[in-house]
Write a protein that binds this ligand. Structure first.
Ligand code: ZN
Length: 290
């Protein structure tokens, strides 16, 4: 072999090896006792794809978020929680108070995910209580939506625990051993955490009247912070964005976030689309075939 063709040969080898390493990384995290099937921070995602996720609702602001999504023709995932702001479970659940928003989420093609009924920190509960947190939330959804209620086969842990914090391997394995039968786990990209739940800007608490002061400095400051934070690492890599529809700032900042991401060439998928991309099967099929 001539020296020149040797060099070409070498380049070809490098190119092919490079490609196969990349292909390997796409589905890098294999299922394990500590990591049931799902998405975890650091996992590979399709390029230029943004997954908008909204936790803790439905709430007062879910309707206007749905309006924006409709206008922008974008699909999202809502991780709903029946008694998020009502630990004593007194009176109506969020599902009863905001049934209309739940119906719209389903009718307008978004995905409903299970975020437990009481927002309890999962790794510290008994196996029975863990199952109850997810199963009862589903029962309440069925009651609210009747036949239209989808099975919530994608789940998100309250506060993302144990995978969002420094947890022991045994804590992850314990949680994993129970939740793996309840749904496909959906965490978020740490760099795309909107931080919208860190504090409450003046006027955005969920019980506030419609008279919210959008010009209040604390509100503007928070809105700008969320915008910058979400977009900081949106450089073409796939991102799972965490937001909360229990905060007014989320619905206020969303149109600008979507427009900017579109400008950077992003498309928007749901967590169900992610599951299909990663496993080639729907979350429902994956749960069934366990
Ligand atoms: Zn939450």
């Amino acid at each position: 072999m001539k020296r020149k063709s040797k060099v070409y040969y070498l380049i070809l080898i490098i190119l092919f090896t490079g490609t196969s390493i990349y292909a390997d990384q796409i589905h890098s995290r294999e299922e394990s006792p500590a990591y049931p099937k799902g998405y975890y921070t650091g996992d590979m995602l399709p390029e230029k794809t943004a997954y908008l996720t909204f936790d803790d609702g439905p709430a007062e602001w879910t309707g206007s978020i749905l309006d924006t999504l409709k206008k922008e023709d974008v699909k999202a995932t809502f991780f709903v929680c029946a008694y998020w702001n009502n630990r004593q479970m007194k009176g109506l659940s969020s599902f009863q108070k905001h049934t209309g928003s739940l119906q719209r989420i389903v009718k307008e093609g978004h995905v409903l995910g299970n975020h437990t009924y009481g927002h309890d920190i999962i790794p510290f509960l008994s196996p029975e209580k863990i199952r109850q947190q997810f199963n009862y939330n589903q029962i309440l959804l069925n009651k609210a939506l009747g036949e239209d209620a989808p099975e919530m086969t994608i789940i998100r842990m309250p506060q993302g625990q144990p995978w969002s914090v420094k947890s022991s391997e045994s804590r992850k394995k314990y949680t994993g051993s129970i939740v793996r039968d309840l749904g496909i786990v959906a965490m978020w990209t740490k760099e795309a955490d909107s931080t919208d739940s860190w504090d409450w800007a003046k006027g955005e608490w969920y019980k506030s009247t419609p008279k919210v002061d959008r010009d209040n400095p604390s509100f503007i400051k928070k809105r700008d912070r969320v915008y910058k934070r979400v977009l900081l690492n949106a450089d073409g890599r796939g991102i799972v964005i965490l937001m909360h529809d229990t905060h007014l700032v989320t619905s206020e900042v969303l149109p600008a976030v979507i427009k900017e991401l579109k400008g950077r060439g992003y498309r928007f998928d749901t967590m169900e689309d992610f599951v299909m991309w990663k496993y080639g099967k729907s979350s429902k099929e994956l749960i069934r075939t366990k």
